[in-house]
Design a protein around this ligand. Structure first.
Ligand SMILES: [Zn+2]
Length: 63
């Protein structure tokens, strides 16, 4: 099942767009969702590493 992000109407997976409001339905493919989640995890890891690097790189007494 796909749920329209705009009007919350439920549709079958085969449908490409909402039958009620005409908006494009999101991809319900679990493979795409898993890849998106992994990319988000790598982004968080990179952000954390960037913060740690900035913490040690920036001078402590700049005010
Ligand atoms: Zn809709």
């Amino acid at each position: 099942m796909k749920t329209c992000l705009y009007c919350q109407q439920r549709h079958a997976d085969a449908r490409q767009e909402c039958g009620r409001c005409g908006m494009a339905l999101p991809a319900s493919n679990t493979h795409v969702q898993a890849r998106r989640l992994r990319r988000f995890q790598w982004f968080c890891l990179g952000l954390a590493l960037f913060c740690i690097a900035m913490f040690f790189w920036l001078p402590r007494t700049f005010y």
